[in-house]
Write a protein of this length. Structure first.
Length: 242
């Protein structure tokens, strides 16, 4: 088993998704980070319908076509919306519990890690939504990410990925930014989740600004187009091979 796949006893988000799916209510999905105060994810938000999604998400789902890979699919809300649009997708997640829920929702779902060399296929659209760059973890993993994507994209295919530029967290009152250039990239964050008694391990999560994404992508033969900007430093990007 890939070391990145979760076991059920260390799968807080999967436990929360399962609870909500079965009972239509769930407890607090708590999120901890060494960089931020404790937060929580409203579990019902993971089950949002197409109408409840952000304009960025709806745009990505409209653009998605052909054989679609839904990466980090969670409860499967994006794949469910695609299915209702008559589109075909494979939903993947490292959470065993989330994958079970997706299957019960009638979706084609598989527990796998995007970075697992044994996972293969040819996809016309690779969807990476809900800060899809997150699973890359750190900038240093971009080379591995782009090599994987190259193998999974069908000729003429594209990646639709959203992310946010966290520089607003470092904005001074005068509008300037106080960022430690010598430190780690400011969009590299560590998180850990807990749901009831289920505690997950810490993991790296990447928020990447558009210019940095474009710089890395171009080094690996990808062109990047900013499809849409959101209301809060977030954006939807389309990546395709040059």
């Amino acid at each position: 088993m890939s070391k990145h796949l979760l076991q059920a006893e260390k799968d807080p988000m999967g436990a929360a998704i399962t609870d909500y799916f079965k009972n239509r209510k769930a407890g607090r999905l708590r999120v901890f980070s060494s960089q931020f105060d404790e937060d929580e994810i409203p579990v019902q938000h993971l089950f949002r319908t197409f109408k409840e999604m952000s304009p960025l998400e709806r745009k990505a789902l409209d653009l998605a076509g052909g054989h679609i890979l839904d990466v980090g699919a969670g409860s499967g809300c994006h794949s469910l919306a695609l299915k209702e649009m008559g589109k075909e997708s494979l939903a993947i997640d490292i959470s065993p519990l989330a994958v079970e829920v997706m299957k019960e929702r009638g979706l084609n779902a598989q527990q796998t890690d995007l970075f697992d060399e044994h996972f293969c296929g040819q996809f016309d659209t690779i969807l990476m939504l809900m800060n899809g760059s997150g699973i890359v973890g750190k900038l240093s993993r971009f080379p591995e990410f782009f090599q994987r994507i190259k193998r999974l994209l069908a000729p003429g295919g594209c990646v639709l990925l959203d992310s946010s530029d966290l520089k607003y967290l470092y904005e001074d009152e005068d509008g300037s930014y106080v960022i430690d250039i010598a430190g780690d990239y400011y969009g590299e964050v560590d998180f850990r989740m807990q749901y009831k008694q289920v505690k997950g391990d810490a993991f790296d999560w990447l928020y990447v600004d558009f210019d940095t994404l474009s710089l890395y992508a171009s080094q690996f033969g990808f062109k990047v187009e900013k499809v849409m900007e959101g209301e809060h430093y977030d954006y939807l990007a389309k990546l395709s091979l040059m």
